[in-house]
Write a protein that binds this ligand. Structure first.
Ligand code: F6R
Length: 610
C-alpha cells in the first residue's frame, strides 16, 4: 500500500526512482510523484494514475538530479488527484516528504499549523508532516532533529522519506508501522519501502524497526531512534533476483505466478519432507516444538486470502492434531479484547508480512503471552521479525495484487506443520511416509492441472458475461470456495460468494436461475454424495454447474455443464489442487473483460493501513 523509493549518489536519480516505483506499483497505483533537488530548489512532479505517466512527464521536463524521492499512492485521505499525490511540500517548497501510513492526529496538527500561518493545498494527512518539520526547521533545529521532533508530535503510522534544501546532502527516513529500509550501495545509497524496488542496484539492506530513523548520505548513513538514542543496524543480504520480479515472458504477473506454482511449491517443501522417516523438518519451529505440542489451543490470525489459508489450516490441525483451533480476522481480533494467554499458540499468516491489522494483532497476542509464529513470504518482513518463531513459505516475490502462489504455498506450509506435529503426537511412521510421498508429488500434479489452461479459458469465454457467481465446497474445500469467489470478484469485478455447499439451501439458493453459474468443488471424499445432491438441487433450478472433480469421477460429466478434473490426492493436500482451476477461471474471465488483473481497481498488494 503506497510505495517509496529514494536515491542519493552521483547518478541521475530519475531512472532509479522511476524504475523502483514501477516495481512498487502493485502496492498502489492511483497517482505517483517524484521530487528532487534542482537549481538550489526542489522540483516536484506529480501525476494521476500510473508511474509511466510520471515517467513521461519527468522526461518532458528534462529533469536530472543526484538526489530524489518518489512515491506511488493508494489513497487513504483525499481522493486520487494531483494535489493529493506525494511528495508534499512546505509552503516555500524547500522541504518535501513522501509518506506511507496514516497520521491519525492530523486534524489537530493541521489546526495548530494553520494558527502558525501554514496554508494547506491537499486533503491529505501527509501534508501536515511537511509543515510540521518546516516549523521545527524554522525554529532553528537542524534537519534531522526537526524531523525527529516533528515525529514526536505525531500519532499514527508512517514510513517516510524527506529532503530539504537546508541540508541537501542527505535523505531523512523514519519508520513506525510502515516498512522502510536503506539499500546500501558503493558511493550511493537508496531508501525504499520494499526491497523489490532497489534489488537491481544493491542486495545489501538495512531494515529500520518501528521508532527508528536514519539520515542517509551518499557514502554513509546514520541510524537513531526517535527518542534520540544511537542504534547500530545489521546489514542484511537479500536473496531476491531481478528475474523473480519480472514477468518472465508472461503477459501479466498474475498468470506468471499461477503458472510458476509447480516451482513455488517445490521451493516451499524443499528440504522439509523426510521421505524415509515419514517426517517433516522445519528449522524455524525447532526451538518451539515442545511448546507447540502442549498448547491448549491454536489461534490462526490473518486477512483476505491468507485468512482462507487459515481456515484450511484449522481443518488440518483439528483433524490430525485434535488441538482446538480458532481462526480470526486480524482486524476483528485486535479490537475485541480477545481472551488469549500463555496456553495459546497463535499463527500469523501474511504473504507480505506487512499487513497492518495482522501485525497489530501479533503485537497484541504477544503482549497477552501467547507463543507467536509467523508464516510469511517476504523474508525480513515486519511480521516475520516480530514473531517468536516462524516458517517462511518461500513462494518467491508475488507481485500480482491477487494472491495465487502465496496461497498454495501457505497451504503447503500448514500441511508440513501438521505432519510435523502429528508425527510427534502419535501418527505412525507408515502414515507419515504415505503422506510425505503423496506430498512430494504435488508440484508435478499442479503442473498437470495447469496444462488444462485452454479448457478453462474456454469455460471462461462462456461465463464471462455472468453478473453473479456462487462457489460451493465442503470441509477442506469450503475455504477454497471462498478463495475462488474472492479471486473472481477482485479481478473481474463480478459479484461472487463462497458458501459451504449445504448452507446453500439456507438462503443463497434463492438467487439461482439460468443465469447463475455455480462452481462446485466436488472431489470424491467423505461428503461427495452430499455435494452431488447439492449439484442436483442447482440443476433443478436451471443453474449452470461448473464442477471441480477428481479424475476418478465418471458420473460428474453427466451432471455438470462444465467439469474440470484434478488428480486424486489425500484430503489434506486437496485444496492445493482444487484452487488452481479457480485461479485460472478468474484470471481468464477478467482478461476477457479487458481488465488489468495485476492492478485491479481500489486494491493494493499489502494493506499497511488499518
Ligand atoms: C487477495 C489478497 C488479499 C491479501 C490480504 C492479506 O488476493 O491478496 O486478500 O491476502 O490483503 O495480505 P497478506 O497476506 O500480505 O497479509
Amino acid at each position: 500500500m503506497c510505495g517509496i523509493v529514494g536515491y542519493i549518489g552521483d547518478k541521475n536519480c530519475v531512472p532509479v526512482v522511476i524504475d523502483g516505483l514501477k516495481r512498487l506499483e502493485y502496492r498502489g497505483y492511483d497517482s505517483a510523484g517524484i521530487g528532487m533537488f534542482n537549481n538550489g530548489g526542489i522540483s516536484v512532479t506529480k501525476v494521476i494514475g500510473k508511474v509511466e505517466n510520471l515517467q513521461q512527464e519527468v522526461k518532458n521536463q528534462g529533469l536530472d538530479s543526484t538526489t530524489g524521492i518518489g512515491h506511488t499512492r493508494w489513497a487513504t485521505h483525499g481522493e486520487p488527484n494531483v494535489l493529493n499525490a506525494h511528495p508534499h511540500s512546505n509552503n516555500d517548497g524547500t522541504l518535501i516528504v513522501v509518506h506511507n501510513g496514516i497520521i491519525e492526529n492530523y486534524p489537530t496538527l493541521k489546526a495548530g499549523l494553520k494558527k502558525l500561518g501554514y496554508t494547506f493545498k491537499s486533503a491529505t494527512d501527509t501534508e501536515v508532516l511537511a509543515h510540521l518539520f518546516d516549523a521545527y526547521l524554522k525554529s532553528g533545529y537542524p534537519f534531522f532533529e526537526a524531523v525527529r521532533r516533528g515525529l514526536k508530535d505525531v500519532e499514527g503510522t508512517y514510513g517516510i522519506a524527506v529532503i530539504s534544501t537546508k541540508e541537501p546532502d542527505r535523505i531523512v527516513v523514519a519508520k513506525k508501522g510502515s516498512p522502510l529500509l536503506i539499500g546500501v550501495g558503493e558511493g550511493e545509497n537508496f531508501v525504499a519501502s520494499d526491497a523489490a524496488s532497489i534489488v537491481q542496484h544493491t542486495k545489501k539492506v538495512v531494515y529500520l524497526e518501528d521508532g527508528e530513523m536514519a539520515e542517509v548520505f551518499k557514502d554513509h548513513y546514520h541510524t537513531k531512534t526517535t527518542d534520540d538514542e544511537e542504534v547500530n543496524k545489521e546489514v542484511h543480504q537479500i536473496e531476491m533476483t531481478l528475474e523473480e520480479i519480472d514477468k518472465g515472458g508472461y503477459p501479466t504477473f498474475m498468470l506468471k505466478e499461477i503458472m510458476e506454482q509447480p516451482e513455488s511449491l517445490k521451493n516451499s517443501i524443499r528440504g522439509r519432507l523426510l521421505q524415509e522417516t515419514g517426517d517433516v523438518k522445519l528449522g524455524g519451529l525447532e526451538n518451539v516444538l515442545d511448546h507447540l505440542l502442549y498448547v491448549k489451543r491454536f489461534l490462526i490470525i490473518a486477512c483476505g486470502t491468507s485468512w482462507h489459508s487459515a481456515l484450511v489450516a484449522k481443518s488440518m490441525f483439528e483433524t490430525y492434531l485434535r488441538i482446538p483451533t480458532e481462526v480470526e480476522y486480524a482486524s476483528e481480533f485486535r479490537y475485541r479484547n480477545p481472551i488469549v494467554g500463555p496456553g495459546d499458540a497463535a499463527f500469523f499468516i501474511s504473504q507480505s508480512g506487512e499487513t497492518a491489522d495482522t501485525l497489530a494483532a501479533l503485537k497484541e497476542a504477544k503482549r497477552l503471552g501467547a507463543l507467536c509464529i509467523g508464516v510469511c513470504n517476504v523474508v525480513g518482513s515486519s511480521i516475520a521479525r516480530e514473531s517468536h518463531s516462524g516458517v517462511y513459505i518461500h513462494a518467491g516475490p508475488e507481485i500480482g495484487v491477487a494472491s495465487t502462489k502465496a496461497f498454495t504455498a501457505q497451504l503447503a506450509v500448514f500441511a508440513l506443520i501438521t505432519i510435523l506435529l502429528a508425527r510427534r503426537k502419535g501418527m505412525s511412521v507408515e502414515e507419515g511416509q504415505s503422506l510425505v510421498s503423496e506430498f512430494a508429488k504435488i508440484p508435478e500434479t499442479v503442473r498437470g492441472i495447469l496444462s488444462q489452461n485452454d479448457l478453462i479459458e474456454g469455460i471462461a469465454e462462456k461465463l464471462k458475461n455472468a453478473t453473479n457467481f456462487l462457489y460451493l465446497g465442503r470441509g477442506y474445500n469450503f475455504p477454497v470456495a471462498l478463495e475462488g469467489a474472492l479471486k473472481l470478484k477482485e479481478i473481474s469485478y463480478i459479484h461472487a460468494e463462497g458458501y459451504p455447499a449445504a448452507e446453500m439451501k439456507h438462503g443463497p439458493i434463492a438467487l439461482v436461475d439460468e443465469n447463475m453459474p455455480v462452481v462446485f468443488i466436488a472431489p470424491k471424499d467423505a461428503t461427495y454424495d452430499k455435494i452431488i445432491s447439492n449439484i442436483q438441487e442447482i440443476k433443478a433450478r436451471k443453474g449452470k454447474v461448473i464442477a471441480i472433480a477428481t479424475s476418478d469421477d465418471e458420473n460428474i460429466d453427466q451432471l455438470a455443464d462444465y467439469s474440470i478434473k484434478i488428480p486424486v490426492t489425500r484430503s489434506i493436500l486437496m485444496p492445493i489442487l482444487t484452487v488452481i482451476p479457480l485461479q485460472l477461471l478468474a484470471y481468464h474471465i477478467a482478461m476477457k473483460k479487458g481488465l488489468n488483473v495485476d492492478q485491479p481497481r481500489n486494491l493494493a498488494k499489502s494493506v499497511t493501513v488499518e
